[in-house]
Write a protein that binds this ligand. Structure first.
Ligand code: MN3
Length: 211
């Protein structure tokens, strides 16, 4: 029984960060990164494990869990949406960033073309995305997603809701919870968003699009 409980506790684990805490300086500071990862993301992970244990969905991938919310038990549903979303969304967020001097911050010509087809230009895409982030009220995320026909769109979600639950594929997701920027930027969310563009790993974003 004791060992079974241990197994349950480590069902979902915090994936290793693909860079050091200070790697995204000066755009995202080391203290924010460390707190965000070791406290917030770890917290979602722990609470997801606690909520999913002993349910019918406990041996399912996080993608499956978030795709089929109707299969979650009613008494655990909210906890699993919040913490499962928090677990998945942060994984995607960390992986979509890299140090500003990395070659991976350079967008490929083919992806520029793809963004331009939908948003007229890369600059216009960034402006629309930034405006969406600025006007997303409260805690949530701003996304670039694609639908089943590969159509791109910018989407705002609240709390830790995940586009997967709407049948959409997340390509890029920005955390606009205050815990993501408040230590460095205080109330200046717009400045955080503008600086964030310097540390986007377009190689990973493009892989997300092509998956
Ligand atoms: Mn966060």
């Amino acid at each position: 029984m004791f060992y079974y409980l241990l197994y349950k506790i480590i069902m979902f684990t915090l994936p290793k960060l693909p860079y050091t805490y200070d790697a995204l300086e000066p755009y995202i500071d080391a203290q924010t990164m460390e707190t965000h990862y070791t406290k917030h993301h770890q917290g979602y992970t722990n609470k997801l494990n606690a909520a999913i244990a002993w349910t019918e969905r406990e041996n399912t991938t996080i993608e499956e869990i978030l795709t089929h919310l109707d299969k979650l038990p009613a008494d655990k549903k909210t906890a699993i949406i919040n913490n499962g979303g928090g677990y998945y969304n942060h994984n995607l967020f960390w992986n979509s960033m890299c140090p500003a001097n990395s070659d991976d911050t350079v967008m490929s010509e083919s992806f520029k073309t793809i963004l331009t087809e939908t948003f007229w230009s890369v600059e216009n895409f960034k402006e629309q995305f930034s405006n969406a982030a600025a006007t997303n009220f409260g805690s949530g995320r701003t996304w670039l997603v694609k639908d089943e026909n590969n159509n791109l769109k910018i989407l705002n979600t609240a709390n830790q809701n995940c586009p997967i639950s709407q049948g959409l594929t997340p390509i890029l997701g920005l955390d606009i919870w205050e815990h993501a920027y408040y230590l460095k930027y205080q109330n200046r969310r717009h400045e955080y968003v503008q600086n964030w563009w310097n540390v986007i790993n377009w190689k990973v974003v493009e892989e997300n699009y092509n998956q």
